[in-house]
Design a protein around this ligand. Structure first.
Ligand code: FAD
Length: 318
């Protein structure tokens, strides 16, 4: 009857999203008076450390052959662990991996699925999970009626912290099934900080006039320890790489602080960033729609305002 959380293992490195999912799983397990187990695939130095984030037990299959991230193979391996643990609720992060595996696992378990949850389930009476719908314009509370339940948690929706403790590690043997995918090439993002993991994001749009003007955006991001992002047209014209494109058709992010510089604030852009905790908009046009979504707005020319922010950020750092 436990809660099982899938931990994404990128070559021995566990990302923030998985710790958030584990903290969410632990809080849910406490509500249900049960324990939380973690499931992890691939080599990892010390899986017992997941105990410091709430796991009481870790099912660990260190087989290296999961390295190609074939969702079908991972689903099969994970299903065995879910069965072994007797878990009634399975939690994923709603990241790329979770998006591809959670529905497959739900189909195998014949479980009800809610993707992109933003809060702990309401377990008083029924089991209902809140998520944002219509590009963040409304919320839906979805009841899961099946005995088994699968939830994927929207990144940056749940706080986690590292505590004490160490988890029991249960080794799981077995190679992954032969992959039906052939990985031809893996292109790693060149950015130092992953966009979905960043607490602060500095984003710019067509108001920047050309790719040669991104130096000040990168400098500001660097001084603030932030990731850089952009609007879709900027990526489409090739001013910035596509992995920086945020919005409805790009990446959805929820940082603590989002700078929108020279971006109009079209609904399709807002759909990917309106979950940010604080939004700062810099735009020459006082009528730009983004100001309606802003916590702080500066009506001004990015080429005057951003260098001043860079100076202020450097002073703050010093
Ligand atoms: P613009 O609309 O050209 O706005 C530029 C802004 O910069 C203006 O507000 C202007 O006042 C301001 N500006 C100009 N000069 C300066 C200056 N010197 N200093 C400060 N401000 C200045 N867009 C996305 O971003 N993400 C998506 O995922 C996405 N998906 C889409 C999906 C569909 C199906 C469709 C139809 C569109 C989608 N779009 C998406 C496009 C979206 O509708 C907008 O066209 C786009 O977001 C506009 O980008 P922008 O704000 O950079 O450019």
């Amino acid at each position: 009857m436990s809660v099982l959380v899938y931990i994404n293992n990128y070559g021995g490195k566990i990302q923030k999203n998985s710790f958030e999912a584990l903290a969410y799983g632990k809080a849910l397990a406490d509500k249900l008076n049960t324990n939380v187990v973690a499931a992890m695939l691939g080599p990892a130095e010390n899986p017992s450390e997941l105990g410091a984030y709430g796991a009481s037990e870790v099912f660990h299959n260190p087989s290296a052959s999961f390295a190609d991230h074939d969702p079908g193979a991972i689903t099969k391996a994970l299903s065995g662990m879910i069965e072994q643990s007797g878990a009634a609720v399975v939690i994923f992060s709603h990241d790329y991996t979770g998006k591809s595996i959670a529905p497959r696992v739900a189909a195998r378990l014949k479980a009800g699925l809610v993707t992109g949850a933003i809060a702990l389930p309401d377990t008083s009476g029924t089991f209902s999970v809140k998520k944002a719908v219509f590009s963040g314009k409304a919320f839906a509370d979805i009841e899961i009626l099946s005995d088994k339940k699968v939830i994927s948690l929207l990144p940056n929706s749940f706080e986690y912290s590292k505590g004490e403790g160490s988890a029991t590690v249960t080794p799981v043997n077995g190679e992954a099934e032969k992959s039906t995918l052939k990985v031809k090439e893996i292109k790693k993002e060149s950015t130092k900080l992953s966009l979905t993991e960043a607490e602060i994001v500095v984003s710019a749009g067509r108001g920047l006039k050309g790719p040669e003007n991104w130096g000040m955006i990168e400098e500001l991001a660097n001084d603030l320890g932030a990731a850089t992002a952009c609007s879709r047209p900027v990526a489409d014209i090739g001013w910035r790489p596509h992995h920086e494109h945020v919005g409805q058709t790009g990446i959805a992010i929820r940082p603590n602080l989002y700078f929108a510089i020279g971006i109009s604030g079209a609904i399709q852009h807002l759909a990917g960033v309106n979950g940010s905790k604080v939004i700062v908009v810099i735009n020459t046009d006082p009528e730009a729609p983004f100001f309606k979504a802003a916590d702080y707005g500066i009506i001004g020319d990015a080429f005057e305002v951003v260098p001043k922010l860079v100076t202020a950020a450097k002073a703050l750092r010093a």
